[in-house]
Design a protein around this ligand. Structure first.
Ligand code: MTE
Ligand code: MO
Length: 384
């Protein structure tokens, strides 16, 4: 049984598939924790979890022109400056069931953590081969995990000093667990989770993208008329690999079909998260209680918002306003919206990012429900 050696898991994870293990962060955690606790952070595996001896684990880096170097995790951490980075990880399939109802997965394939490790650009600049500055266009960084999973990202993103791609060994001040890629994983902020390869073992620079199924068959948005896996044209240039994720928000509180009772002011609290890819930050989240006819601004809650704890240990980076297009954190938000005294209410949320991308009202169909980022819609019943 290839799954005989899976790690223990927190029962509060919402299980989508047992083998390979695929799960969601619970709604109450999404609604209240700015830093998702590691054991409650969604886990998305494609294969059995490898058993790794952390002290012996080696990462091999082949920079493409003969310079192959090997590092243990301790060597990496000892030789390069350690940094921490707040970043959201979101699966390509977050909210996929809203596009393809047969797909497993709600609003919880997302989480936010303070990651610690070394910057990939620092590691590469120590390699003899990395005279390649700036990295040549059109090259790819292949990343392979000890479980056999492999994908690639454009080398420009991988080595961009402002791209903040890291090799990380800890999350919220704790060593990475087996499920989250310990002892070491790649973290590609602003990009769909699929590129943040766990248990990373090999990195190599290549002139073509990775040919794995995860690069070629999955994590691309095929056109809406492709309704069957067998009809996919893997050379369709209109369906390139997904890297940056689009602007996103979701209503977490209240939940679908909940009965809600307004306060004395006739309002109810509506809460959720919002995030955008490519380093863009969220500039507004608007909420509607009439299906999108009228909107009001939600309050964006950052790290300094009341009740959101800083992670331990205390060396986490302050959440200052990051420079342009280098923002990887989500925001939690809250609005108090007026609702009618009784009857059905359609709540909606839509976020806008710093590049003025706004969530669309409707999402086009795609086979696997990827990049599902239409207005979040939640139907509730008002009762007196
Ligand atoms: N890395 C390896 N080696 N194997 C995997 O199955 N899954 C990817 C990515 N990295 C995966 C992987 C996907 S699709 C996502 S969304 C993220 O890991 C999930 O990271 P998490 O399980 O730590 O939340
Ligand atoms: Mo994913």
């Amino acid at each position: 049984d290839p799954y005989a050696d899976e790690p223990p898991r927190d029962p509060r994870l919402g299980v989508l598939s047992a083998r390979p293990f695929d799960s969601e962060t619970a709604r109450h955690v999404l609604a209240s924790e700015f830093w998702t606790p590691q054991e409650l952070f969604y886990v998305r595996n494609h294969l059995p979890v490898p058993r790794i001896d952390a002290a012996a684990h080696k990462l091999t880096i082949d920079a493409g022109d003969g310079g192959v170097r090997t590092f243990t995790t301790d060597e990496l951490c000892g030789q390069f400056p350690q940094t921490r980075l707040n970043a959201t990880l979101q699966c390509t399939g977050n909210r996929c069931n809203e596009i393809e109802p047969s797909a497993a997965g709600g609003v919880g394939q997302i989480g936010h953590a303070c990651w610690q490790g070394v910057r990939l650009c620092d590691v590469f600049s120590s390699l003899p081969a990395s005279t390649r500055h700036p990295p040549a266009e059109g090259l790819h960084l292949h990343a392979a995990g000890a479980d056999g999973y492999a994908v690639s990202i454009p080398l420009e993103k991988a080595l961009d000093e402002r791209g903040d791609v890291m090799l990380v060994h800890s999350m919220n001040g704790e060593p990475l667990s087996r499920d989250h890629g310990g002892p070491i994983r790649l973290l590609v902020p602003g990009v769909v989770g699929a590129r943040s390869v766990k248990w990373v073992q090999h990195l190599s620079v290549q002139s073509t993208e990775c040919t794995s199924v995860w690069q070629k068959r999955y994590y691309r948005v095929f056109p809406p008329w492709v309704r069957d896996i067998h009809d996919i044209d893997y050379n369709d240039s209109s369906a390139p690999p997904i890297y940056d994720f689009p602007v996103q928000s979701a209503i977490i509180v209240p939940s679908e079909r909940e009965e809600v009772c307004s306060d004395s002011d006739g309002k109810i609290p509506v809460r959720g998260y919002a995030v955008s890819g490519a380093g863009q930050h969220i500039v507004s989240v608007r909420v509607s209680a009439d299906g999108g006819k009228s909107w009001m601004d939600a309050t964006l809650l950052g790290s300094d918002a009341a009740g959101l704890p800083m992670p331990e240990p205390p060396h986490s980076p302050p959440l200052t306003k990051p420079s342009h297009a280098r923002h990887w954190s989500w925001v939690l938000w809250e609005a108090r919206v007026p609702i009618p005294a009784t009857g059905q209410v359609l709540l909606c949320s839509k976020a806008t990012d710093s590049a003025y991308n706004t969530q669309p009202e409707h999402a086009d169909y795609n086979l696997r429900g990827y990049l599902s980022n239409a207005w979040s819609k939640v139907r509730v019943w008002a009762k007196a």
